[in-house]
Design a protein around this ligand. Structure first.
Ligand code: PLP
Length: 424
């Protein structure tokens, strides 16, 4: 077998669990993104920056559930808040103060957000934001970015990957979604000149995550704002990943305000969550008295999730965000230097606490020149994994506040050894 696609020790508890799982779960997993060859590592526990595997190995977590665990695993105040809520009864078909508390925090932090609704995933958040835009504009076409990932509902699964896989998506949906190249201002202008008055919304991530953790340029975000405003198209920022970059999200860091924003990941403190919010006139469409839109869900605003989210945001304020972003900035510089020293073409993309490693000497600006998913990324992932460091198989990583300076040094050293081996 190819030494780059195997674990150092193949006959493990994880291997046995993976085999058992395949009997009941397609591929032995229930989340496509966490599947990788030869089989995913099963974990048993996680605390701070450490993940314990089914074989008792300790992995240093630079993946943090795909950017979610900003405080590391099982942060005391968050766990306490969720448990307290569970003990006091969690499952009632009525609102409670916790939803108000979390909504107030989002409205306080994010200037463009005047009203909020909660969902159980980022997928539902973008789905409902798009629905709000369609109802408001009375248009049914959607513009997105090629490689933009907004979850797994039909509309946003169009033009996600290199191959544009759309099996299972109705062709009628495909036909009403257009995709533009990320960070290409001219292409965006042309697109809006041609059909700007047909789009209900333009949805994009301020930093394209799955496409390669690539920040939008200032010019691109400005063009997106101007063009949508001129055509009365709703501008939706998907901040499911990027919200961690500033107290008010990437929109604060980059200085552009959308009409609607989708949230997820960290705002539930590690429990399933999503939210969407924005301009009061768009959001009031969900008011049962006066609005036209229905939005229900048995677990919308689940109290334990809300309480965990409040505790998390209260422990992830401006100071901690600044610290973790500065650590990320330094780490990306150090990783670039490793490539230079080893004479291996490496580009590190990202911003603040988010990063991705690309094995290329080209500047990475969009999906086309991103190397996410290429064989060297997979090799890197397994080599790091074999040395006890966890990142995403596509080469993406991110920091939590639980990772200290020593952990970052460990990462750089382990990375350097892996890069030398890959370069040979
Ligand atoms: N939007 C972005 C930018 C994401 O990164 C993700 C998940 O990774 C989603 C939406 C979907 O969120 P969820 O996995 O909670 O459905």
């Amino acid at each position: 077998p190819d030494p780059h696609t195997r674990y150092r020790n193949q006959s493990t508890q994880s291997a046995r669990l993976a085999e058992r799982a395949r009997e009941v779960l397609p591929g032995g997993d229930t989340r496509s993104v966490t599947y990788h060859r030869p089989y995913p590592t099963f974990f048993t526990e996680a605390s701070g920056a450490q993940v314990t595997t089914a074989d008792g190995e300790e992995l240093l977590d630079f993946l943090n559930n795909y950017t979610q665990s900003v405080l590391g695993h099982a942060p005391g105040p968050v766990v306490e808040a969720a448990c307290d809520r569970l003990e006091r009864g969690n499952d009632v078909a009525a609102p409670n103060e916790d939803i108000v508390e979390l909504a107030e925090r989002l409205v306080e932090r994010v200037r463009s957000v005047e009203r909020v609704r909660f969902t159980n995933s980022g997928t539902e958040a973008t789905m409902n934001a798009i629905r709000a835009a369609m109802a408001w504009t009375d248009r049914d076409r959607v513009l997105k970015v090629r490689g933009g990932y907004h979850g797994t509902h039909d509309t946003v699964e169009v033009a996600v990957g290199h191959e544009g896989v759309t099996a299972g998506i109705p062709s009628s949906v495909e036909q009403r979604v257009d995709a533009v190249r990320f960070n290409d201002v001219e292409a965006l202008k042309e697109r809006f000149e041609r059909s700007g008055d047909e789009y209900a919304c333009f949805i994009l991530e301020p930093i394209a995550g799955v496409a390669g953790m690539i920040p939008a340029t200032e010019a691109y975000l400005e063009a997106a704002r101007d063009l949508t405003e001129a055509t009365e198209t709703v501008l939706i920022f998907d901040e499911v990943m990027s919200f961690r970059l500033a107290p008010g999200g990437a929109q604060e860091r980059y200085g552009i305000e959308p009409d609607l924003t989708a949230f997820g990941k960290l705002i539930g403190g590690g429990l399933p969550v999503g939210a969407f919010g924005g301009r009061v006139d768009l959001m009031e469409q969900f008011d049962p008295e006066t609005g036209v839109l229905n939005h229900s869900g048995t677990f919308n605003g689940n109290p334990a999730t809300m309480a965990a989210g409040v505790a998390l945001l209260d422990h992830f304020g401006a100071d901690r965000i600044k610290t973790v972003n500065e650590r990320g900035d330094r780490l990306r510089d150090r990783l670039e230097s490793v490539g230079e020293t080893a004479d291996v073409p490496i580009r590190i993309t990202g911003d603040g606490s988010l990063f991705q490693i690309h094995f290329t000497d080209e500047r990475v600006t969009d999906l086309k020149n991103s190397t996410a998913g290429d064989p060297p990324s997979e090799q890197l992932f397994l080599r790091l994994r074999n040395e006890g460091v966890l990142i995403a198989p596509r080469g993406m990583g991110n920091l939590s506040t639980a990772l200290d300076q020593r952990d970052l040094d460990t990462f750089v050293d382990t990375f350097a050894t892996a890069v030398e081996a890959i370069g040979d």
